[in-house]
Write a protein that binds this ligand. Structure first.
Ligand SMILES: NCc1[nH]cc(CCC(=O)O)c1CC(=O)O
Length: 313
């Protein structure tokens, strides 16, 4: 009998999009699993799945149909059993998941802040009136208009490298990107400034890697447990409860951030009009066990106070 040269089957198969950022995230989950269990790297397979969102580069994502576009094909593979876990940026996940799936948890969260990337200068104050800033995010666009109504803010799509290229080539004077994404790509040195969260509130889930699984898949759940970060779970679950209550989609400029400090959770949320002129803010402090309920309540409060025309339809 000859010995089989076929490598042994992986213990788990992770699904991911193929962008450099998505691959980094999937490899981070694989590496954490391998380290936690003393496995070898081949025990966790990484399967790249192309999504509808990856194919859309010419239109605003919000126009094309929102966040589900980056997750649909991954979720189908998960439901079919082709993969055991799907790895996503928490920020890019819709609030409603398909029946039978759930977010099993999150890796420890990275820096949540947005970074400003400028062709020249080192802060927002260095930008002259009319400076062209490109961003694909309605949240960033609205907050930037709120801080600097004199800037020329417009749509800039594409992955992180494409956007940085357009600033380098002078198509735009600057852009805004998540510091976490830049750092994951080894590009943190491209940040001209990192914006403090009290002036510029991040997106719900920003900086967190979410791991989606089949409900009831206890075996995978047990394997995953040691790599999950409970504090990130509390914070992002609260933010997503807030988002859910506002029926949030990428069509509405919305921001929210929960932080755990000494057993307490502090939360800030923000709904803006697209031009940044109107803003509804909310702040809460609560215990960890209240976090999700208070996130929901904060969302209801914002909804009740928001001018009708800036609420999502
Ligand atoms: N929407 C794209 C996206 N999804 C997650 C990140 C960055 C990493 C993160 O926030 O976890 C980015 C790029 C960006 O917003 O700059």
């Amino acid at each position: 009998m000859t010995q089989s040269l076929t490598p042994s089957r992986p213990r788990l198969t992770l699904g991911t999009r193929g962008s450099p950022l998505a691959l980094w995230q999937a490899h981070a989950v694989r590496d954490a699993l391998v380290a936690a269990h003393g496995w070898s790297p081949g025990d966790v397979a990484v399967e790249v799945i192309r999504t509808t969102g990856d194919a859309i580069t010419d239109r605003a994502l919000a126009e094309a149909g929102g966040k589900g576009l980056f997750t649909k094909e991954l979720e189908e593979a998960l439901l079919d059993g082709r993969i055991d876990l799907a790895v996503h940026s928490a920020k890019d996940m819709a609030t409603q998941l398909p029946d039978g799936l759930h977010i099993a948890g999150y890796l420890p969260r990275a820096d949540v802040r947005d970074a400003l990337i400028l062709r020249e200068g080192a802060s927002l104050d260095d930008l002259p009136p009319g400076a062209r800033i490109g961003t694909a995010s309605l949240r960033r666009e609205a907050q930037l208009r709120r801080l600097r109504p004199d800037l020329d803010v417009s749509l800039l799509r594409g992955n992180v490298h494409t956007r940085l290229g357009k600033v380098r080539d002078g198509v735009f004077d600057g852009t805004l990107l998540a510091l976490a994404g830049l750092t994951r790509l080894g590009l943190a040195d491209k940040a001209s400034a990192v914006l403090p969260t009290d002036a510029f509130l991040p997106a719900v889930g920003q900086g967190a890697v979410a791991i989606e699984a089949r409900l009831g898949d206890a075996a995978t759940g047990e394997q995953l447990a040691p790599v999950l970060d409970p504090a990130t779970g509390v914070a992002v679950s609260m933010e997503r409860a807030f988002l859910t209550e506002l029926d949030g989609s990428c069509r509405t400029p919305l921001a929210g951030l929960a932080r755990i400090e000494g057993g307490e959770v502090s939360f800030r949320g923000l709904l803006l009009s697209p031009d940044g002129r109107e803003a509804v803010e909310v702040e809460r402090r609560c215990t960890i066990s209240e976090a999700v309920a208070i996130g929901t309540e904060a969302g209801r409060d914002v909804k009740a106070r928001a001018p009708r025309h800036i609420l999502p339809d």
